[in-house]
Design a protein around this ligand. Structure first.
Ligand code: F3S
Length: 383
């Protein structure tokens, strides 16, 4: 099947040997990370262009994680020209390989929704946790190269979360705290990940968790603990399959309000002039609607940036939400986010956000960070 498939197979076989996989299995789709030129550098760019030149082509549906900039509005973001040119070459190389330039970490919000039980190869830790837990698909925490190789070969090694026995709960989390905002769900995920590491938690006490709350929870627990799969009683699709007998003898933790405050305070300092950021993981239509409603009739005095996918942006624009945000003085960008953009080169020093994942990575890059709910964000940014 040619040199590109051979190269992909070499990587997958090596990976399978490391994890003692019994065999390779066919996959139905892939989601590929490692798209921002900030992370790839010239070596990564050349590798992708070489693969495209060799004739590499995705054999299954494959989508792309965020790039380092809005592919159209990069000048408005303050992205240097040189960075932009290289970033566009990265996206072109993926395009030549038949990978859809969705440039989002929420492919499941723009039509790439694996069915329950299907084997897929997804990279991007937040999307992996969401896909396994909320959609009930099966993937390991793939890297950018392994997800790309799987898309080219149409296969993945059979190990880890692809096997039924590894999807069983390993710990029980009783949530006693009242969760009022998506920030609380993010803090909960961050706390669970820090406490349990890469476990498979069975979470109780979240009767009202919706799609957006689960998205925040997935991103945060994947960040602090490397969690790739969780079950929420009464909500996520595989949770019903486990009874008291399956949970007996497992490690148990309970989460109080103080635990959430403690998790959030780890990522919160005093800031002078932060950029207020919404959209980690990329905003859903409902989140953009909520931001637009809160901003209606206000005039922002500080920078408030919203990140989303092109698919969601298009619909939000049609409904007038984007105009409402722009009229208040906010900005909305697609294809990128407040972590994978070259923040330092853009002159950013501080960020306030409602996402523990974004604050975690921004703080590891040396930025000052603060956690703040959307409501507080709108209040503060307009005073
Ligand atoms: Fe997505 Fe960027 Fe957050 S890739 S999960 S918005 S760090």
């Amino acid at each position: 099947m040619g040199p590109a498939v051979a190269r992909a197979m070499e990587l997958l076989v090596a990976l399978g040997e490391v994890f003692e996989a019994e065999r390779l299995i066919p996959i139905e789709g892939a989601h590929i990370s490692g798209v921002s030129y900030k992370n790839l550098g010239d070596a990564g760019l050349e590798l992708l262009e070489d693969l495209a030149e060799l004739g590499a082509r995705a054999r299954v549906r494959a989508t792309l994680n965020p790039a380092g900039m809005d592919l159209d509005l990069w000048r408005e973001m303050g992205i240097p020209q040189d960075f932009a040119e290289r970033q566009l070459r990265v996206v072109r190389a993926f395009d030549r390989m038949g990978v859809e330039a969705t440039c989002t970490c929420t492919p499941y919000l723009v039509g790439h929704v694996p069915r329950r039980g299907s084997q897929v190869a997804w990279a991007e830790s937040s999307a992996v946790a969401f896909s396994n837990s909320v959609l009930g698909a099966r993937t390991n925490r793939e890297s950018g190269p392994s997800a790309l190789a799987s898309s080219i070969a149409g296969r993945a090694p059979l190990y880890g979360y692809r096997l039924e026995e590894n999807r069983r709960p390993m710990a029980v989390v009783e949530v006693e705290a009242e969760l009022r905002s998506r920030l609380d769900y993010s803090a909960l995920g961050y706390h669970i990940g820090r406490t349990l590491g890469s476990s498979v938690p069975y979470i109780r006490g979240l009767p009202r968790a919706g799609f957006d709350e689960l998205k925040s929870l997935a991103a945060a627990c994947a960040t602090s603990g490397g969690i790739a799969l969780f079950h929420v009683e009464g909500i996520t699709p595989e949770a019903d399959g486990f009874g008291e007998g399956d949970l007996r003898g497992l490690e148990r933790i309970s989460v109080e309000e103080g635990d959430l405050e403690e998790a959030a305070s780890r990522l919160s300092g005093d800031l002078e002039d932060p950029v207020f950021c919404l959209g980690c993981p990329h905003c859903s239509l409902e989140e953009i609607r909520e931001a637009a409603m809160l901003l209606r009739g206000r005039r922002l005095r500080r920078r408030l940036w919203v990140f989303t996918s092109r698919g969601v942006y298009g619909e939000a624009e049609r409904r007038g939400y984007i105009d409402a945000i722009l009229e208040a003085g906010g900005r909305v960008f697609r294809d990128t986010c407040m972590v994978v953009a070259p923040l330092r080169e853009m002159g950013w020093r501080e960020m306030a956000t409602d996402s523990c994942k974004a604050a975690h990575y921004a703080s590891s890059m040396g930025l000052g960070t603060r956690l703040i709910s959307l409501r507080e964000m709108v209040e503060e940014a307009s005073h």
